[in-house]
Design a protein around this ligand. Structure first.
Ligand code: AP5
Ligand code: MG
Length: 190
């Protein structure tokens, strides 16, 4: 039973690879972006607040995001026995610190971090393509650029944070979805 963080820029394939990982390893999956989009679609009170940040490519405030994550974990009793893949969280150093606390009181820990590394021009192409095909509201060039800027300024420092903790493994996340998945399986099985 492992708790894995899947880490990477917008469009790096966190969601795509998480689907394959949970199927093979029977883990639970929390995508904080999916949780927020569900609230936005249902127009809940939280959804209205979240939309004002997501639509501009900004991060939801840490306190609120941590509260949402704790609630999501506590609502899924299977996480304790099966383990978890966290996709899109943490995204700031304070979130990583809070995650350690939140896990510790639940008898959990971060086992390792899989970092999906993709050149920026490919990230933009992938997200623009999805914007044209299925239309996620934040997949337009202006918001994509903002998301990438926020990623560089607020989220990328976590790469060093987890390297220092000895938990980070970089995956070259270009090529086909299956090729990338094979690289991830090698890391998980090692
Ligand atoms: P979130 O939903 O996490 O979005 P994101 O980080 O911008 O990433 P994406 O979901 O767009 O990309 P992904 O890495 O999952 O890639 P995917 O597999 O989809 O967050 C959205 C927003 O919510 C944030 O901007 C923020 O406002 C808020 N939020 C979320 N978490 C938060 C937190 N912790 N704190 C504060 N705010 C938070 O792939 C992308 C596309 O590429 C797809 O179309 C896919 O089919 C395609 N693709 C995947 N792999 C390949 C491949 N190998 N080759 C070609 N195409 C590929
Ligand atoms: Mg995603």
């Amino acid at each position: 039973m492992s708790n894995i963080i899947i880490f990477g820029a917008p469009g790096s394939g966190k969601g795509t690879q998480s689907e394959l990982i949970i199927e093979k390893y029977n883990l639970r999956h929390i995508s904080t972006g999916e949780v927020l989009r569900d609230h936005i679609a249902r127009k809940t009170e939280l959804g209205i607040v979240a939309d004002s940040y997501c639509s501009r490519g900004q991060l939801i405030p840490d306190d609120l995001m941590i509260e949402i994550l704790a609630h999501t974990i506590d609502n899924d009793p299977l996480i304790a026995t099966r383990g978890l893949i966290l996709d899109g969280f943490p995204r700031t150093i304070p979130q990583a610190r809070e995650l350690n606390q939140l896990f510790a009181v639940r008898g959990m820990k971060v086992d390792y971090v899989i970092g999906l590394e993709v050149p920026e021009d490919e990230l933009i192409q992938r997200l623009l393509k999805r914007g044209q095909e299925s239309g996620r509201a934040d997949d337009n060039l202006e918001t994509i650029n903002k998301r990438l800027e926020v990623y560089h300024n607020q989220t990328l420092p976590l790469r060093d944070y987890y390297i220092k903790e000895g938990k980070y493994t970089a995956i070259q996340a270009t090529g086909s979805v299956n090729e990338i998945f094979d690289r991830i399986v090698d890391v998980i099985d090692a």
